[in-house]
Design a protein around this ligand. Sequence first.
Ligand SMILES: Cc1cc2nc3c(=O)[nH]c(=O)nc-3n(C[C@H](O)[C@H](O)[C@H](O)COP(=O)(O)OP(=O)(O)OC[C@H]3O[C@@H](n4cnc5c(N)ncnc54)[C@H](O)[C@@H]3O)c2cc1C
Length: 285
Amino acid sequence: MEVYTPVKLEELTEKLSKEKKVFQFLAGGTDLFSSINRGILHPEVLINLNSLKSSLDFINISTEHIEIGALTTLQKIIDYARFKQNAKLIPDSMYKALSSIGSVQIRNLATLAGNIANASPAADSIPSLLVEDGKINLLSTEGFRKIEVEKFYHGYKKTEIRPDEIIYSIEFNTAGDKEFSNFIKIGTRSAMTISKLNLAYKICADEIKLAAGSVSPFPMRLKTVEDCWFKAPPLTIEKIQEILTQEISPIDDIRSNANYRIKVLANIIFQINSNNHFCFPDEVL
Ligand SMILES: Cc1cc2nc3c(=O)[nH]c(=O)nc-3n(C[C@H](O)[C@H](O)[C@H](O)COP(=O)(O)OP(=O)(O)OC[C@H]3O[C@@H](n4cnc5c(N)ncnc54)[C@H](O)[C@@H]3O)c2cc1C
């Protein structure tokens, strides 16, 4: 396998515009090497991004948005959120989602861009990005292209990234004063576990946003449930289950089965809805 290590972004985008061979980017390698070892991916060229840290490892904050560079590790984002002066800038749903991924060793290598590009239905960062108006900045020789996370996936492991593009950065909302957001992960154990299902939600005045993972080919907003949230009659577990049966398309796999996923997701959503939105236990279950 050929390994190519660009030292400038322009050099990389030029290379991508001409590359004819099958390639993969190497960021933290936590998904990539596992997929190569298991024979799922067979890249002819490995494009090692790690000499581009000066261009791609950053966290930029404005009043309303946070922009995370493609080589920023999950642990760096978590540590950033822990600084006192940054308290409350990173939404709780995002902080909890990133903190639930793997172990500290994994999070010290793994990037947010890699979690997004790997496009697993169970990727824990994506539901939070969906409720926080996440956007992805793609870069090519043509310049930047911004795409909403909601429009980024269009099938199992299928994304909008063109072969000549790279994820440059990811943007999402900073946490607002009058909102509550949370992330709930259901797995076999409380750490180092891939989600059987996950849910991010954000409540602000009379608006709710819900997004779930591991219940469809890619993480998705639960818009029909959202539409019924504040309407009478109040949502029952049966009603939520009925809506979810139409809205999501979970599968049976080694981690869980479709029936379990619908029932547990309905139970969680019912508890959030009936507890006036605030009382669900906030740790990994
Ligand atoms: C033990 C273990 C536990 C884990 N636990 C969890 C978990 O609980 N939850 C979870 O969601 N994930 C989990 N993961 C998966 C993984 O850690 C994450 O998906 C990680 O964020 C991937 O980032 P990376 O930098 O390692 O990507 P890499 O492995 O380097 O790359 C992954 C994919 O993204 C592409 N890519 C990388 N960067 C870019 C870019 N800038 N532009 C375009 N494409 C790019 C690569 O080509 C590759 O296809 C776990 C993995 C391991 C090994």
